[in-house]
Structure formats: C-alpha cells, structure tokens
Design a protein around this ligand. Structure first.
Ligand SMILES: Nc1ncnc2c1ncn2[C@@H]1O[C@H](COP(=O)(O)OP(=O)(O)OP(=O)(O)O)[C@@H](O)[C@H]1O
Ligand SMILES: [Mg+2]
Length: 251
C-alpha cells in the first residue's frame, strides 16, 4: 500500500506539486495521466526520494516518512520499498545484464553473491532475457534493456513498482513487448503506479486512472469513468485532445 498525504514540491517559484494526496492499495494498478509539465514524473520521483518533497507524508506498507522530519534511515526504508523504472532504462553500460540485475541486490539488500545471482536469473527468465545474461546493454534493443530494468526492479522485492513512461522511448513493436512484460508482472500481483501515454494499455490493465493537471489531482476513477465519462472540464479537454474523434466512437 502507498499513501501520499498533502505532498508539495516547488522548484524555485514553480510549485510543481500542490498538496497532492492519494492512496494505492495492495495489488492495485494505477495509472497517472495528464498534460506535459504537470508534475507526474516529479510525483513518482518524490515517492522514491529522487526529489525531496517540501512537505507531506509518504507511507509504504507500515513505513511512514514525514518529509519535514525525515532521517536518512527513514528515507532509506522508504526507498527500499519502491522500485523505479525510467523511460531511459538507466542500466550500467559497463556491466552485463546479469551483473546489472545483481548489483543493487548485493549493495542495497546485502544479499550474498550466490543468492543475488539465483534471484537475478529467476527474474531474467520471467522477463524473457535469461539467454542474454552475458551481454552488455549496448548489445540490446531498447525493449530488451527495459525488460532487464524491470527484472532489476522486481529482484529487489519492492512493495510497489513506479514506472515513468516505460515505453515512450520505444518504437511500437518494442513497446508491445515491454507492455506484455509489465502485464505479466502485474499478473503476479505486483502493485504498480504508472505514468503512461499508452491509453489502450492503461484501459485494459489499470484498476484506476488518476488525471493530474498543474500539480493537482483533478479527477480519478476507473478507466471507463475517466476515458468515457470524465466529469471535470479539464479532464474532458485532455481526453478529447488525447484521442481522435473517430477513435472515441469506439470506446
Ligand atoms: N530538477 C528540476 N529542476 C527544476 N524544475 C524542474 C525539475 N524537474 C522538473 N521541473 C519542472 O517541474 C515541472 C513538472 O515536471 P515533470 O517532469 O514532473 O512533469 P511531467 O508531468 O512528468 O511532464 P511530461 O509529461 O512532459 O513528462 C515542469 O515545469 C518542469 O520544468
Ligand atoms: Mg514526465
């Protein structure tokens, strides 16, 4: 479970997140959509403390961090409970696929090398990349690199997986391959918080969609409620901009 309470973040005078509160329950898959520059990435990065929030409280499972008085131990505990997957994969180029998936397990989780290797092989098998274990990232397609990044994240046993536009750097074919991998991770019961522009994917996979605009959550609901019958004018405008008219008639 992830609970965000009254989270705010500014960069200089630019208030990017304004008193954002939300909750994601165990096993739930929630997607966040909204115009560019709205704070979606910043929100995910705050949960993982890649950005330090100015105010608010973040809870994952039974671990709460009040950003005003967080110690480094509190923050470390929070980071351990979430896994982040970026648009740009962020693999270590000088390490093999296997080493990439083992590294954080050894450094952060303090697992023994043998245990980390076994776990890495298991997760690489799951994402269909075990045959590539001795290759380097530069020898892989973007889709393959992203599947390795997914294996690396789930090998850390996060309570929640945070995915920031995991397919936006990929061409359509590779996008489908990565989305399929995300589906199979979801089918294993992983809780997920996903920023995506893949509407079909969000509709078919997510339990809930959150629409964000200018640092605020405007509206949230089931994919059907948000895509077919949005209540708020700003959501309506965004959805109609997102989906061409002829497409909307099929919804
Ligand atoms: N490190 C930073 N320093 C200064 N400003 C930042 C920083 N990161 C983000 N911003 C600003 O915060 C705002 C929100 O950015 P963010 O990346 O969270 O938006 P987004 O909703 O993810 O957009 P997109 O859909 O384009 O990815 C933007 O105005 C951006 O310029
Ligand atoms: Mg973003």
């Amino acid at each position: 479970m992830l609970k965000i309470e009254n989270l705010s973040k500014s960069f200089g005078n630019n208030k990017v997140l304004d008193n954002v509160s939300l909750q994601i329950n165990d096993g739930e898959i929630v997607s966040i959509i909204g115009p560019s520059g709205t704070g979606k990435t910043t929100l995910l990065r705050c949960v993982n403390y890649l950005e330090r929030p100015d105010e608010g409280k973040i809870t994952i499972d039974d671990h709460s961090v009040d950003t005003k008085k967080a110690t480094s131990k509190d923050i470390h505990g929070l980071c351990l409970r979430s896994g982040m997957v970026f648009q740009s994969y962020n693999l270590f180029n000088n390490k093999t696929v296997l080493e990439n998936v083992m590294e954080a397990q050894i450094v952060v989780k303090k697992r023994k090398k043998k245990e980390a290797k076994e776990r890495a092989l298991k997760e690489l098998e799951k994402v269909g990349m075990v045959d590539w274990k001795d290759h380097y990232p530069s020898q892989l397609s973007g889709g393959q690199q992203q599947r390795v990044a997914l294996a690396r994240a789930i090998a850390m046993d996060p309570s929640i997986l945070l995915l920031d536009e995991p397919t936006s750097a990929l061409d359509p074919e590779l996008t489908q391959e990565v989305l399929q991998t995300i589906r199979s991770i979801a089918a294993d019961g992983m809780t997920m918080f996903i920023v995506t522009h893949e509407i079909e994917f969000a509709k078919s996979l997510c339990d809930r969609i959150i629409f964000m605009d200018e640092g605020h959550i405007i509206e949230q609901g089931t994919p059907r409620e948000i895509f077919n019958d949005p209540k708020e004018k700003r959501t309506q405008e965004f959805i109609s901009f997102l989906l061409p008219q002829d497409y909307q008639t099929f919804l």
